[in-house]
Design a protein around this ligand. Structure first.
Ligand SMILES: [Zn+2]
Ligand SMILES: [Zn+2]
Length: 169
């Protein structure tokens, strides 16, 4: 995928970043920059990459699977520490932690399989085909797993200083 940069406007081709079909929607990719100083703020910038509806759907399912997986780890850790703190008993906490994992992991796997099933043969990956890489100055770089060239390609976007908001055009 190539991006055209023209003054204040950025043109993404109306082509899905995952499968290369006609894009009808977009998937937001967030770029973040850590604070420059100790009391500075983390800056974020959202780029809407073109996607087709089918690919947006499988990307959403992968995000959901990852969410369930993260939740299982959080609940397992939390229940273990909570039981230990409340009862001083570690085996009880371990039991509940194992239960959280054995219940939630198959659900996460199921959702992930559904995401994979939603992919067409030309899809690049069930998850996001675009990953934020680096932000320096007014330059943002992304790694794109392109469907055409199965490898990763870096995409650099340079924003002029005056561009505050960025939308797909
Ligand atoms: Zn697509
Ligand atoms: Zn796809």
């Amino acid at each position: 995928m190539k991006v055209e940069i023209n003054g204040q406007k950025f043109n993404f081709p109306a082509q899905c970043a995952c499968c290369g079909e006609e894009a009808t929607t977009s998937v937001p990719i967030v770029a973040t920059r850590p604070p420059k100083s100790e009391n500075g703020k983390t800056k974020t910038m959202t780029f809407d990459f073109p996607y087709c509806a089918q690919c947006k759907s499988h990307v959403g399912k992968v995000a959901m699977a990852e969410g369930v997986f993260g939740l299982s780890l959080f609940l397992a850790g939390f229940s273990y520490l909570f039981c230990w703190w409340k009862t001083g008993s570690q085996p009880l906490g371990i039991g509940i932690a194992v239960m959280c994992i054995t219940i939630l992991w198959p659900i996460a796997a199921l959702v992930y399989r559904a995401a994979k099933a939603g992919c067409s043969s030309s899809c690049t990956t069930p998850g996001k085909a675009v990953k934020f890489h680096k932000w320096y100055g007014f330059t943002y770089s992304f790694n794109i797993k392109s469907a055409a060239s199965s490898g990763k390609r870096a995409l650099m976007i340079r924003l002029p200083r005056f561009v505050q908001q960025f939308r797909l055009v």
